[in-house]
Design a protein around this ligand. Structure first.
Ligand SMILES: Cc1cc2nc3c(=O)[nH]c(=O)nc-3n(C[C@H](O)[C@H](O)[C@H](O)COP(=O)(O)OP(=O)(O)OC[C@H]3O[C@@H](n4cnc5c(N)ncnc54)[C@H](O)[C@@H]3O)c2cc1C
Length: 246
């Protein structure tokens, strides 16, 4: 909900700027490279440069070139390469792949943060059960009721995200289970409803009354730490990723 507010404010500010044009649901498919335009027999005639992008115009539209002196990538992460992710469907890593294909360096792509508790349901693959729920006292259990976190870290459910996510993953693999359970019974019903109304309502939509029974959860790819290598001004290895300063 916080993120939605941030995004709405940013969108309104951008809409109020007459020099910005929106192309909703147009998808960039590749960068437009000088070598592809001027190269002879596939050979670039000079150091490569980015001159914009090829963009798919809507769902059925043609691919059209957008020519630009400066091209910015702001296409987010690649959570969708994982089965369980908190990310929206658009997190496909397109920008990173385009930059990589164009010859820009990418780095640290192996560092992906996993959120420990995503709701386990075939129709709700990206709904997070906030860590605040464990902060209030909820505990993790295996399907047969074993409270396992104390075996992994003295801080148990309040250990850092990576430790809890790895512990859940280890338990699932050892036992062959598809998920673990988040048990909110240590928290009073009124407190759950007052403190986590959105989580309670969303889980109820998928058939789980979190005030009455443990809810199934799995770790989910949440935050991508790597990406395209840039300098302090956001420039990639490829000329054309910002306008040259005057
Ligand atoms: C569930 C969840 C909770 C989070 N909570 C927090 C939090 O509490 N605090 C915090 O600081 N951060 C939080 N984050 C992280 C934060 O949301 C991200 O770090 C941030 O949104 C990344 O911004 P971005 O602009 O790089 O990418 P995004 O916000 O992902 O934006 C990428 C945009 O590029 C578009 N796009 C993708 N591919 C293409 C393409 N080929 N052509 C055209 N457009 C394309 C997408 O449609 C999207 O609009 C959370 C993330 C998630 C998923």
């Amino acid at each position: 909900m916080t993120g939605r507010e941030v995004e709405q404010v940013l969108l309104h500010a951008a809409e109020a700027e007459p020099r910005i044009r929106f192309y909703d649901h147009w998808i960039a498919v590749d960068l437009l490279l000088e070598s592809k335009i001027t190269g002879e027999r596939g050979r670039p005639v000079r150091a490569d440069r980015c001159w914009g992008a090829y963009v798919l115009a809507g769902t059925h539209g043609p691919v059209v070139p957008f020519i630009a002196r400066a091209t910015f990538l702001a296409t987010g992460g690649c959570g969708k390469v994982y089965l369980y992710t908190s990310n929206p469907a658009i997190a496909t890593g397109d920008g990173i792949a385009m930059a990589f294909r164009a010859g820009a360096r990418v780095a640290n792509l192996e560092f992906v943060q996993f959120h420990p508790t995503c709701l386990y349901h075939p129709d709700a693959r990206s709904f997070l059960i906030s860590e605040a729920v464990r902060g209030e006292g909820a505990v993790l259990r295996t399907l047969d009721g074993d409270r396992f976190m104390e075996r992994y870290d003295p801080r148990a459910e309040l250990a850092p995200r990576d430790i809890v996510a790895r512990a859940i993953d280890a338990e699932m693999k050892q036992r062959g289970d598809k998920h673990v359970l988040l048990d909110l019974s240590p928290i009073k019903r009124e407190r759950i409803l007052e403190r986590f109304p959105t989580i309670a309502a969303t889980c109820a939509r998928f058939g789980y009354d979190i005030t009455a029974a443990p809810v199934p959860v799995v770790p989910a790819a949440h935050y991508m730490c790597g990406g395209v290598v840039v300098d302090l001004r956001g420039r990639t290895d490829l000329p054309g990723s910002t306008r040259r300063a005057k």
